[in-house]
Unconditional design. Sequence first.
Length: 179
Amino acid sequence: MIEKMELATVGGGCFWCTEAVFQEIIGVDKVVSGYSGGDALGHPTYREICSGLTGHAEVVQITFNPSLISYQEILVIFMTTHDPTTLNRQGADRGTQYRSVIFHHNERQKEIATNVLEDVTSYYKDTIVTEIRPLEKFYEAEEYHQNYYKNNQTQGYCSVVISPKLNMLRTYHSDKIKR
């Protein structure tokens, strides 16, 4: 029997970080880096996104098996592996393209996202600024952005920024990690 897969689309700063986190999760079949939430015409490029003029966020689209991991669990992992309290930035990455955002695919996902944000509020001293918006369009990022951490683990950004997020994932969600 073929399992019915679902999609989740989230942005938590640089998509390389978020992609690396979700590639380690049980039940996640595929993670694609891309762009969403903007209003520029056509398929945006990384250079256009980085200008901050298109309105797009760096996001990942996660294909997952809901019989192995729920949408709620995906969002809890997302909300606890980036800083959802900083507006338009994650660490040194600054700009609207680095905002914290959940793009829901349907009303059920919107309701779950709202509940998860309420549930994790007590984890943070500062106010959560994560947006919840309907997904209108997802644009796949350029090929060199796909599997970035896997292909560039010794690169400085990967070891300084992504590796600590993976350590946080392994600390707080060890039961969800692929073995």
